[in-house]
Design a protein around this ligand. Structure first.
Ligand code: SAH
Ligand code: SF4
Length: 357
């Protein structure tokens, strides 16, 4: 399989050109322009390159490592759209386009957030998560991570200026491909999305946290906590047995020493599992210790899983406990609930449908 130009740095392309004869250096900029700015999908469209060079590139690289296969629109009026892409080996990944409802001060906003996947499936097996149910298929390459962004940009007139790594997979279990992708995405001469507009979400992969902290791209961090004690967390997140709170919390404190942004603690509320007010108290003290904000997410039901979301009144009580302790907290009702916008759900539905056929 030919590698995609999308995963190549300026230096790698320059290197390739040098090895393939006497190609002037300005060609690198021209090529990068075609790939990143004009977003062409065929080497023939690179009209200012000599035909021989176009052929040489086409013989060694591909452009888009994925093809959008289907779109789902949310009916809830949020304009959230989810798309499923087919990779060259036939695997499927999903990405979600989430327009901001309103801008600051209530004005119309054309800010768009894209939720990207980092792996096909996930090895971490959180009990409540559709991606976990699929098991792990493989890591996405740098180009496949970036390919989702360019595909989404082609599907929408607004500019994608926020990224969240909250699709399928555990991004910090794929730092080999994630970190080069972050460098390319934030390069001002390529996509130029600011690091502070990128959020990486992790279930608590401790060695990955250290690598991310020292990679030189100061992204924001979200941690899927979902349990405020080892007892509750281990029940639903097997990753907690490998890296329990006694290891995760110091790694997060270390993270805090390297960045000025507050960590976000993601906390899904699952009825009767992690939603006791005792957990709320413990969560408040963890958030306090980490100087973190908390994002409460009433659980989205997943077909085939027994978990449910608590009543709205109970979610409010839980939220109130955090507010009493002056913890910054938001409660996010998942946009696009009706199109299964939570992690892994669309792909799961597709693969069960294919199973039934
Ligand atoms: N593996 C990473 C990133 C992908 S998951 C992580 O776990 O952080 C993105 C978020 O969606 C996580 O917080 C995850 O716990 C949450 N999630 C998974 N299934 C969900 C569901 N059914 N309802 C609501 N949130 C869910
Ligand atoms: Fe993997 Fe995150 Fe889902 Fe857990 S919540 S199974 S880590 S994608």
């Amino acid at each position: 399989m030919k590698p995609s130009l999308l995963g190549c740095t300026r230096e790698q392309i320059a290197d390739f050109l040098r090895r393939h004869g006497d190609v002037p250096a300005f060609r690198v900029t021209q090529i990068l322009d075609w790939v990143w700015k004009k977003r062409v999908t065929d080497f023939e469209q690179m009209s200012n390159l000599p035909p021989a060079l176009r052929d040489e590139l086409a013989g060694n690289f591909c452009l888009r490592p994925l093809e959008v296969q289907e779109m789902h629109h949310s009916q809830s009026g949020s304009h959230t759209r989810k798309f499923l892409s087919r990779l060259t080996d036939g695997e499927l990944v999903e990405s979600v386009i989430i327009p901001a409802a309103v801008g600051r001060g209530g004005a119309h906003s054309d800010r768009i957030t894209l939720c990207v996947s980092s792996q096909v499936g996930c090895a971490f097996g959180c009990r409540f998560c559709a991606s976990g149910m699929l098991g792990f298929r493989r890591n996405l390459s740098t180009a496949e991570i970036i390919g989702q962004i360019l595909a989404a940009q082609d599907l929408t007139p607004g500019r994608i200026d926020n990224l969240v790594f909250m699709g399928m997979g555990e991004p910090l279990a794929n730092t080999d491909q994630l970190l080069p992708a972050l460098r390319l995405i934030t390069d001002p001469s390529l996509l130029g999305i600011g690091a502070r507009h990128i959020t990486v979400s992790t279930s608590g992969h401790v060695p990955g946290l250290r690598l991310l902290a020292s990679c030189g791209v100061p992204v924001r961090l979200a941690v899927s906590l979902h349990g405020a004690s080892d007892e509750v967390r281990s029940q639903i997140m097997p990753v907690n047995r490998k890296w329990p709170l006694a290891q995760l919390l110091p790694a997060l404190e270390q993270w805090n020493r390297t960045t000025k942004h507050m960590i976000t603690l993601e906390y899904i509320l699952i009825s009767g599992v992690n939603d006791s007010l005792d957990q709320a108290e413990l969560l408040a003290s963890l958030a306090h210790r980490l100087n973190a904000k908390v994002n409460l997410i009433p659980y989205n039901t997943v077909q085939g899983l027994p978990w449910t979301r608590p009543s709205e009144a109970h979610c409010r009580d839980f939220c109130h406990r955090l507010l009493i302790h002056k913890i910054p907290v938001t409660m996010r009702y998942e946009k696009g609930h009706d199109i299964n916008a939570a992690c892994g759900q669309l792909r799961l539905r597709r693969s069960t449908e294919q199973h039934d056929e």
